[in-house]
Each structure stands twice: as C-alpha cells, then as structure tokens.
Ligand binder design. Structure first.
Ligand code: HEM
Length: 264
C-alpha cells in the first residue's frame, strides 16, 4: 500500500495520478479484520441491496469474469451477483467498460464503504461525468486518467493509488443516506479521522473490463499529528488546498483548526 508520507508530500496541494505497480490478489486478500469487516458488509448489503451494489445489463460479462478471477484465488465457485461478491470481499469494487468512443462507463460494483457518494446515482455514467463534482479534478487530470486507463493492458499488471479525506467519525460506511457527525469547529483532534482510500486498477484479460478496487483504512488524525514529517505535509496540504476543493471535501469548517494543530 501507499504510505501516508506519499499522501502528504512536502509540497503544495495538487491532484496527482501517482500510481505504482501492485498485486491484485494481495490487495483483495483477507486482513486481520476480516470477520468484522465482512459482517458489516453483509449487514448493509442485506438491509439495502440496491443502495450498496448494482449492475447494468452490459456489466454482466464483466461481473462473470471478475467473479471467476476471485473464485480462482480460493478454488471456490464463482458467485453470481454483485451483492454476493460484495459480501465476500473486504474492499469495494467497481466495474468499468470502455465505449467505442473511448469513454469509460461505470457498469456496476459493490460499494458498501463509500466516501460520501452513492453507487446507484453514478451507474451508467462516464468517469468524466462522475468526476465532474470534484472541483478542478477533470481540468487537471481527466486526459491523464483517460490515457492511463486506455493503456492498461488486459491481463497485465495492476496499479495502486490512493486518496484521502477527513471525517468526524471512524465509521466505514459514509453513504450519503446515513446520518453522520459533521466536521465543525470545537471538535478536538481526537474526534477526527483521516480516511484513506487505497485503490487498485486492473484490466481483465477477456472482457477487457476494468476493475477498480477500493479499500478504506481509517487513521486517527492524532497519528498524523504525532509525526513531524506527516504533520508538516498535512499542514502544507490544508494551507494550499483550493477553497472549492476544501469545501467539497467538507474540511472548510475546520480548516483553521487543522492548520493550527499541525503547525510545524
Ligand atoms: C485512475 C485515476 C483516478 C484518479 C486520479 C481519481 C481521482 C479522484 C479524486 C482526486 C477524487 C476526489 C476525492 C477527494 O479528494 O475527496 C475522486 C473522486 C471520485 N472518483 Fe476518482 N479517480 C480515479 C479513478 C476513478 C475510477 C476508475 C472511478 C470509478 C468509477 C472513480 C470514481 C470516483 C468517485 C465515485 C469519486 C467521488 C465522487 C463524488 O464525491 O461524488 N475514480 N477521484
């Protein structure tokens, strides 16, 4: 996985692709927390199956190939629905296809631990349309993302990257339909968590569909503040993040506190 130091470089905030080769099977392998994570995933997938997993008809071939790949790791039988696969794997997964015009389309997946977005709302949309809500992202990176995904070799290596955000809860499921505490002034650092999304991207050999895996790891903000190096990188990121992006990420109400706490 990408270390926290790479998420908080000693430079002004900017969007970056920053990918490195990774191992697909290792990414989806059981963690020490497996029982707890899978129990929570099963809970949400049973309570609201359509909210947390979805598949378009054009995604069925992608799901079949992805389920077969997962089954081969454990020499088990391939499951048939996104709900079943979402309950078997600890990370979330998304399946994308490329249209003849070259656009990437979201065909389905299981997203039980979303960072404030809802899978059914994004289903069938292009990646650029999905990213449109992130201020400045497409302007900075859409062509680079598209080139990177187009060049992924079917059956070739997987690539890792990560994103981070902050939340006033360590809950894994931050679906927009769920109540949650807001980031607001007067919170203490102990009441804030850094939410890291470890991501993996790979193109499947047969359908050439793209699998996008997301594993959320939640760190106490105090962990970042306790390290001089991370503290400096975090301070720099908060200070230099464009206000529209800080607003999108929900950080604006606490930006002064964050800068103060992380002052080198
Ligand atoms: C390959 C390179 C990619 C890069 C560099 C990238 C980058 C980003 C960034 C920077 C954000 C904003 C997160 C934040 O700061 O809080 C974001 C959001 C998001 N990305 Fe990506 N992304 C990539 C691929 C994908 C793929 C393949 C999907 C699959 C559908 C995807 C779906 C999303 C979604 C759903 C959001 C949240 C949008 C919302 O808040 O409604 N991204 N992405």
């Amino acid at each position: 996985v990408i270390p926290l130091e790479d998420l908080f470089p000693l430079e002004d905030y900017r969007f970056h692709l920053t990918i490195r080769k990774g191992d697909l099977r290792e990414f989806f392998a059981p963690s020490d927390d497996r029982a707890r994570v899978l129990a929570e995933r099963r809970h949400w997938l049973q309570a609201e199956p359509e909210q947390y997993a979805a598949l378009l008809p054009d995604g069925e071939r992608l799901l079949a190939e992805w389920a077969a790949m997962v089954a081969a790791w454990s020499e088990g039988e391939a499951v048939r629905s996104v709900q079943q696969l979402g309950a078997q794997l600890e990370p979330d997964f998304l399946l994308l296809s490329q249209s003849p015009g070259g656009e990437f389309l979201l065909q389905g997946g299981a997203v039980v631990f979303p960072s404030s977005w809802s899978l059914p709302e994004k289903l069938g949309r292009t990646l650029d349309a999905i990213h449109d809500v992130v201020p400045g992202l497409n302007a900075a990176l859409a062509p680079a993302i598209s080139t990177f995904l187009t060049r992924l070799r079917p059956g070739g290596p997987a690539y890792l990257r990560s994103n981070w955000g902050l939340a006033a809860t360590d809950a894994l499921n931050l679906h927009p339909s769920r109540p949650r505490p807001a980031l607001r002034p007067k919170l203490q650092p102990e009441q804030i968590w850094v939410r890291v999304e470890h991501q993996i991207l790979v193109a499947m050999p047969e359908t050439k569909g793209i699998v996008f895996g997301i594993r959320v790891v939640v760190h106490p903000l105090t962990e970042v503040l306790q390290s001089d190096r991370l503290r400096a990188g975090f301070n720099r990121a908060i200070k230099t993040m464009p206000p529209a992006l800080a607003h999108y990420k929900g950080l604006s109400p606490v930006d002064r506190e964050l800068v103060e706490w992380s002052r080198p």
